[in-house]
Write a protein that binds this ligand. Structure first.
Ligand SMILES: [Zn+2]
Length: 427
C-alpha cells in the first residue's frame, strides 16, 4: 500500500503524458526518448509537481480542500517549452528593413543607411526602464501563447553600461510579474556600438568597458547568470571573446557563446575549452569541435529560424551533433534582425525538417535540453516530482501534431507553475 499524496491540482484524462524525464542532458544520452506515459496523470501542489504516473494510480492522490481537478479530455500533455536563447527586449521597429531586404538591399547597405542592429541600439538606449519592462512583458506573454513557460533573456542592445544594466533590470522586473521561469544573460559583446567602430583603439576601449566596467557591474548587482559573446567576423574574434569570458568566470558567471553562424570561426572550440553551458548557432562546425563539445557537455543550441529568415541554406547539422554524442537544444533566437518570431514550435519544426531531428528529439530539444542549456533544469524542462508544474496541453491526442501542424501549433492550454498563461492582456 503506497502512501497518499496531498495535492491541490490533479490533471487527468490525458492521452499521453510526455515527461522528458531521465536521460538528459548527458552527452551520449538517447535523446529520442521523450519518456511517454500513455494515459498518464499528474498532481501538483503550490505550483510544484508532486506526482506523475499512470491514471489508474491516481487513487493515491488526495486533493486537498479547494484543490482543482483538470480533465484534459484525451489530449496530449508535455512539459512547458523552454526558450533558451532570446533577445526579446528591444525598442523600435525594423519591419521596413524587411521590405527593403525583399527588394534586394543587402544587410551591409541597410546598416550603412542607419539601419540594422545599430538602429535597435539607438531606440533601446532611448527607452526607459518602464518602457523596456512593458516590452519584456508583452514578448514573454507572446512566447507563452506558443507554449513557452521558461525563457532566457539576453541584453545586448545597449552597448553602453547604463542601457545594458537597464535591459537586465527590465527582464528581472518583468519576471517578477509573471509565473514564468526566467534567466538572464549579459551580452554586452553583441556587436560594436557605432562610437567604437572605425579604429582599433576605439574597439579595444569598448572591449575594456565590457570587461572592466559592465561585467563587474552586472555581477555585483546579480543581474545575470551568464555572459555571452557573439563570435563572428562582424562582431568579436575568438581571442577577444576569450578575454570577455575569462572576466565572466572571474566574476562567478556562467558562459555562453554565439558561434559558427556564418563560418567555422573557432567559437565552438572555445566554448568547449572554456566549459560553456551552451554554444549557440553552430551552422558551421568543424568535426573536431563536435567531439570537443560532446566531451565538455556543452549543449548545442540550434537556431534554425535565423537561418530561414536570412534566406540561408546552411542549417546546423543537428543530426550529426546528436549522433556524435552532443546534447542538442532548439530556441527561437527571438530578435528584430534575424528572427522576429515568438514561435518555438515553428523552430522545432525547422529543426525536424532541416536539422535532421526526429519528433521526439525536437521535443526533448525544446524542453529538457533547453532547460539544461540555460541552467533551468533543476526547476523545469521535464515532468518530475519537485519541478515546477509547467505544462503544455495540446489540442490533439498526439505530441506528433505539435511538429506536424506547420506554423499553427495546436495548443489548448499552457500552465506556468500551475497557473494558466498568458494571463489577461496587459497592453
Ligand atoms: Zn542570438
Amino acid at each position: 500500500m503506497t502512501s497518499p499524496v496531498d495535492a491541490d491540482f490533479l490533471l487527468v484524462g490525458a492521452s499521453e503524458v510526455v515527461t522528458c524525464a531521465g536521460p538528459l542532458p548527458a552527452a551520449g544520452a538517447d535523446q529520442s526518448r521523450a519518456g511517454v506515459i500513455e494515459g498518464g496523470a499528474l498532481a501538483a501542489r503550490e505550483g510544484r509537481i508532486v506526482w506523475v504516473g499512470p491514471e489508474a494510480e491516481t487513487d493515491r492522490i488526495r486533493l486537498i480542500e479547494g484543490g482543482r481537478r483538470l480533465d484534459v479530455g484525451g489530449r496530449a500533455v508535455l512539459p512547458g517549452l523552454v526558450d533558451t536563447h532570446t533577445h526579446l527586449i528591444w525598442a523600435g521597429q525594423r519591419a521596413d528593413e524587411f521590405e527593403r531586404r525583399l527588394a534586394g538591399a543587402s544587410y551591409g547597405e541597410i546598416l550603412a543607411a542607419g539601419g540594422g542592429i545599430l538602429r535597435t541600439v539607438e531606440a533601446t538606449r532611448a527607452a526607459s526602464l518602464e518602457e523596456l519592462t512593458a516590452i519584456a512583458l508583452r514578448q514573454m506573454d507572446r512566447l507563452a501563447r506558443f507554449g513557452v513557460t521558461a525563457m532566457e533573456i539576453k541584453s545586448g542592445y545597449g552597448l553602453e553600461t547604463d542601457t545594458e544594466l537597464r535591459m537586465l533590470e527590465a527582464a528581472r522586473q518583468a519576471a517578477r510579474q509573471r509565473p514564468y521561469a526566467v534567466t538572464t544573460t549579459f551580452l554586452g559583446a553583441h556587436t560594436l556600438p557605432r562610437e567604437a567602430r572605425g579604429s582599433a583603439a576605439a574597439e579595444e576601449a569598448y572591449l575594456k568597458l565590457v570587461i572592466d566596467e559592465m561585467i563587474p557591474a552586472v555581477a555585483s548587482r546579480d543581474l545575470a547568470r551568464f555572459v555571452d559573446v557573439f563570435i563572428d567576423e562582424h562582431a568579436f574574434s575568438v581571442e577577444q571573446a576569450r578575454r570577455v569570458l575569462d572576466a565572466a568566470r572571474n566574476h562567478g558567471l556562467g558562459i555562453k557563446v554565439h558561434a559558427g553562424q556564418l563560418a567555422v570561426d573557432g567559437g565552438a572550440a572555445l566554448a568547449a575549452e572554456m566549459g560553456a553551458i551552451s554554444a549557440d548557432h553552430l551552422e558551421h562546425l568543424a568535426p573536431e569541435a563536435i567531439e570537443a563539445l560532446a566531451r565538455a557537455g556543452t549543449v548545442g543550441v540550434l537556431l534554425p529560424g535565423a537561418t530561414l529568415f536570412l534566406r540561408s541554406h546552411d542549417y546546423a547539422d543537428g543530426r550529426r551533433m546528436i549522433d556524435r554524442g552532443m546534447a542538442v537544444a532548439v530556441a527561437t533566437d527571438l530578435n528584430p534582425g534575424s528572427c522576429p518570431s515568438e514561435s518555438l514550435p515553428l523552430m522545432m519544426q525547422l529543426a525536424c525538417l532541416y536539422c535532421g531531428l526526429s519528433v521526439d528529439e525536437a521535443i526533448v530539444a525544446a524542453t529538457a535540453n533547453a532547460a539544461a542549456a540555460s541552467g533551468l533544469d533543476p526547476i523545469t524542462g521535464s515532468l518530475e516530482s519537485g519541478k515546477r508544474c509547467d505544462l503544455l496541453v495540446l489540442d490533439s491526442p498526439s505530441r506528433r501534431d505539435l511538429l506536424y501542424r506547420l506554423g499553427a501549433p495546436p495548443i489548448w492550454r499552457v500552465l506556468a507553475a500551475g497557473r494558466q498563461v498568458p494571463g489577461p492582456a496587459t497592453s
